[in-house]
Design a protein around this ligand. Structure first.
Ligand code: ADP
Ligand code: MG
Length: 323
C-alpha cells in the first residue's frame, strides 16, 4: 500500500541502498517448500490450496516492541518467537501448519537487525515446514504481525467447547518457565530465558490430537486463564492437581520463592505449550515426550486446585489482559 501523504514529503524512503522491494527480496522471499503453496511472494496475493476435504484454520498475532518484547531480545529469537506464538494457535486446533504472511513495520531498514530477524524466522519456518507466502512492509514503530494458515478436516478441528466431564486435562510440556524468566529479569538463568525468548510449541502435535482429544487451547495467557476459556466455552469445570503440574529442571533450579513459583505455574503466560481435554492420553506431542495429565474435567462449573495436602479450593483465573 502506498503512503497516503504526498510522496516523498513525510513518507520518507528507506534509503537508496535498500528500498522496500529490495528489502523484501533480500530477506523475505524464500522458495516455497509445500505443494499447497501455488503462488507466493511478489504478486498481489498468494494462492494457497488446502488439502482436499479440509478447511483452512487461520490465526493472527501481533508482537509490539515495548509491549510483547523489549530491546534485550536478540533479533534471531524475535523472528523465531513471532512464528511460535502463531503456530501454537494452529496446533491447538489440531491444524497442520501450511503457510504464513508477515506484516512488518520498522522504524528503519537496519540490515543487522533484518538479517538476524529473518534468519530466526526462517529457521522456525523450516522446522515447521511452513511457507512465507506474502506480507506487507512499512515504515513505522516496530511491530510484527503474522497470520498463519493451516488445514484440518472440519470435524476434527479441536475447539474450545468440546470438553466433557470425566475427561483428563493434559499439557504438552512444563509450565511457568517463561513467566519466571520474565519476573527474574536479568537474574534469570539462560535455560529459562530461552523459554521466554525462543518458545518451541510442539510442531507435530496436530497429528496425534485428531480423533484423540475433545478440546484444545494454546497456553499463551497462563494456565488458569486459558483453561478458564475452555471451561466456559464447554460449560464445565475442572480440578487441577498441584503435585502434577510439570516443572522443568531449570524452573526447579532457579531458586525462586515459593510464591513466585506458584504464580508462574498457575497464572504465568508465554509458554506456548498446548492444553487439551481428552478421554485418554493422546499420542505424544513430541518424540519421546508424552502428554502430562494435570487434572480432570468435571460437571460442576469453576476451576479448583487440589493442594499437595489434599485440600481443594477455588482457583481464580488471573492473567495479563491488554484492557
Ligand atoms: P501491494 O502494494 O500490492 O500490497 P506490496 O508492495 O505491499 O504489494 O508487496 C509486494 C509483494 O511483496 C507482495 O507479494 C507481498 O506479499 C510481498 N511482501 C511485502 N512485504 C513482505 C514481507 N514482509 N514478507 C514477505 N513478503 C512480503
Ligand atoms: Mg502491501
Amino acid at each position: 500500500m502506498a503512503c497516503w501523504t504526498a510522496w516523498p514529503v513525510s513518507c520518507g524512503r528507506w534509503n537508496t541502498a535498500l528500498d522496500e522491494f529490495a528489502l523484501i527480496a533480500r530477506y523475505f522471499r524464500w522458495p516455497p517448500q509445500r505443494e499447497q503453496t501455488r503462488l507466493a511472494g511478489g504478486d498481489d496475493a498468494a494462492l494457497l490450496a488446502p488439502p482436499p476435504g479440509q478447511v483452512l484454520a487461520i490465526s493472527t498475532d501481533t508482537l509490539l516492541a515495548g509491549r510483547h518484547y523489549d530491546a534485550s531480545i536478540r533479533p534471531e529469537d524475535l523472528g523465531w518467537k513471532a512464528l511460535a506464538v502463531n503456530l501454537s494457535d494452529l496446533l491447538a486446533m489440531a491444524a497442520e501448519p501450511l503457510a504464513f504472511t508477515l506484516a512488518l513495520s520498522l522504524p528503519e531498514a537496519d540490515e543487522a537487525w533484518l538479517q538476524g530477524f529473518a534468519a530466526g524466522l526462517r529457521a522456525h519456518a523450516q522446522a515447521a515446514s511452513v511457507d512465507l507466502i506474502g506480507g506487507d512492509t512499512t515504515r513505522g514503530p516496530q511491530a510484527i504481525t503474522i497470520t498463519v494458515f493451516g488445514a484440518v478436516p472440519a470435524a476434527q478441528a479441536l475447539r474450545r467447547d468440546g470438553a466433557r466431564p470425566g475427561q483428563g486435562v493434559y499439557v504438552s510440556g512444563p509450565l511457568g518457565d517463561a513467566a519466571l524468566a520474565l519476573r527474574l529479569g536479568a537474574q534469570a538463568p539462560a535455560a529459562l530465558r530461552r523459554k521466554l525468548d525462543r518458545p518451541e510449541p510442539p510442531l507435530r502435535a496436530w497429528r496425534g490430537l485428531r480423533g484423540h482429544a475433545a478440546a484444545g487451547i494454546d497456553l499463551s495467557d497462563g494456565l488458569s486463564a486459558d483453561l478458564g476459556h475452555v471451561l466456559r466455552a464447554s460449560g464445565v469445570g475442572a480440578t487441577l492437581e498441584w503435585a502434577a503440574l510439570p516443572r522443568s529442571a531449570a524452573f526447579a533450579a532457579a531458586g525462586a520463592t515459593a510464591a513466585l513459583q506458584r504464580e508462574s505455574l498457575l497464572h504465568g503466560g508465554d509458554d506456548y505449550e498446548l492444553l487439551v481435554a481428552a478421554d485418554a492420553e493422546p499420542p505424544a506431542p513430541r518424540p519421546g515426550q508424552g502428554w502430562m495429565r494435570i487434572g480432570r474435567i468435571e460437571a460442576e462449573p469453576g476451576l479448583r486446585l487440589r493442594e499437595q495436602d489434599g485440600t481443594v479450593a477455588d482457583l481464580t483465573p488471573a492473567a495479563w489482559t491488554h484492557f
